[in-house]
Design a protein. Structure first.
Length: 451
């Protein structure tokens, strides 16, 4: 006899929070088993919604170290910068020929970094201002989120915005452009950037609806080793009695996964408190790789629990000049991107590019080890990794470094050669359609590049 039907929004009550659950067999429609759902495309899509994530890196690339070779079958061969993605070669399509015309000057003079971030997901030319009269455009992640809401495909979080550096909204960051442009890629409207969460703990607790703590409360909780799962164990045991054996195993595995991630986040936070470390933009003592990877793990958890289906992650703000001393680069990122052909700067630039690609690989790994309907969550996610500057020295915005990963990507493992000058927004439309959004144009799109 099948256990009682559970609503997809069933949750557990933890320590001042609500703990969302992953999809269980008991949440599937009556008469539909998980195997049957997986075998029927419509049911599979209903049971396994497509998620979309945009990962942005600043300052462009060392082009010679980035560009992959292509074998006789059209498959891409990892370059030095892309080597960390070798294990995901069959999951990734490399796109060439894409351009963002509205990140170019178009009469506005210097400011390519600000225009790069502002245009990356909007396709819009930002207004050149350092005041509060900022204007860019609604970003594609928000267009997707809006359409999913209109379709009734709602989640607790409409979208999730993350990053390793603060979301600034004021100041002059690039040749007369507001810092709001350089520090944000997600725009709710043309005048309103979404901002982003930089603290893994705050992002983790946002998924579960917990209110923010004061620094004193955080320190006290870390000392007492309280868990977000405190108070939820009794409910979990009660729920386990009402579901089948496989669901009980999934529930146990999920709760242990939540607790493991929470422990890693708390260890990171406790280490910072003990050392008095404060994250900054100058290559401070906190572990940047760990911070970004934890944010990626939180994002994977948000997708697993269907807390959101749309997210962005900025590996750093555009124009960031943070040193990467953890990989032996003591000069600032922006400084080495202006390499002028200098061999040492080129080597340092390539090392930073590779470090950031490693963060992308870590996120893909988190999606691959997370299971949904018995398959890796990566199979139900589309991830775009890229920048709106190509050569960091030239500040050009054509033939952009763009990768798209995920099980729904038709050309994965291949190099997709777009006609030179094809708007990146054409790919944005293709990705939106892959995510189930009803969009046929966006920004300066002139057509659709399939994903």
């Amino acid at each position: 006899m099948r256990p009682p039907f559970l609503d997809r929004r069933t949750a557990l009550r933890g320590l001042s929070c609500t703990i969302a659950l992953p999809l269980l067999d008991a949440m599937l429609p009556r008469g539909i088993t998980r195997a049957a759902a997986a075998a029927t495309s419509n049911m599979a899509n209903a049971a396994t919604p497509v998620r979309v994530a945009y990962l942005f890196f600043p300052n462009g690339v060392n082009v010679d170290a980035w560009r992959p070779a292509v074998d006789a079958a059209g498959r891409w061969v990892p370059s030095p910068s892309l080597a960390p993605l070798a294990e995901f070669q069959r999951d990734i399509a490399v796109y060439t020929g894409l351009r963002h015309r509205n990140a170019e000057a178009n009469g506005d003079g210097p400011g390519d970094h600000a225009r790069s971030a502002a245009c990356f997901l909007t396709g819009a030319q930002p207004r050149k201002t350092a005041g509060d009269d900022i204007r860019a455009g609604r970003s594609i992640d928000q267009a997707i989120a809006d359409d999913l809401v209109l379709q009734g495909r709602t989640t607790r979080l409409r979208s999730l915005e993350l990053g390793s550096e603060p979301a600034m909204t004021a100041g002059n960051c690039d040749s007369g452009y507001s810092c709001a442009y350089s520090a944000n890629i997600s725009w709710k409207s043309e005048n309103l950037p979404n901002g982003k969460e930089t603290d893994p703990r705050a992002a983790f607790e946002r998924i579960f609806g917990r209110t923010s703590e004061s620094p004193e409360e955080t320190a006290a909780r870390l000392r007492s080793r309280r868990s977000i799962l405190d108070g939820a164990v009794r409910e979990a045991k009660r729920l386990a009695r009402s579901v089948g054996t496989e669901d009980r195993a999934r529930l146990d595995e999920y709760l242990e996964g939540v607790r493991d991630l929470e422990r890693r986040i708390d260890l990171d936070a406790a280490a910072q408190l003990d050392a008095g470390d404060v994250p900054d933009l100058d290559g401070g003592p906190y572990d940047l790789a760990k911070r970004i990877d934890l944010l990626g793990d939180v994002l994977a958890l948000a997708f697993k629990t269907d807390s959101t289906r749309v997210a962005t992650l900025m590996l750093a703000n555009e124009g960031s000049n943070r040193p990467y001393r953890e990989i032996g680069v003591s000069d600032g990122h922006h400084d080495v991107s202006h390499h002028g052909g200098n061999a040492e700067k080129l080597a340092h630039f390539a090392a930073i590019n590779r470090f950031q690609v490693e963060r992308c690989a870590a996120f893909l790994r988190a999606l691959k080890r997370t299971k949904e309907n018995g398959r890796p969550l990566l199979d139900a996610t589309v991830v775009l990794y890229g920048s709106a500057i190509t050569d960091g020295n030239r500040h050009n915005h054509d033939d952009l470094p763009i990768l798209v990963a995920g099980g729904r990507v038709k050309a994965r493992g291949q190099v997709v050669r777009c006609e030179p000058g094809t708007p990146l927004c054409n790919l944005h439309v293709g990705l939106a359609q892959a995510a189930g959004a009803r969009l046929d144009r966006f920004g300066d799109s002139t057509g659709v590049v399939d994903v």
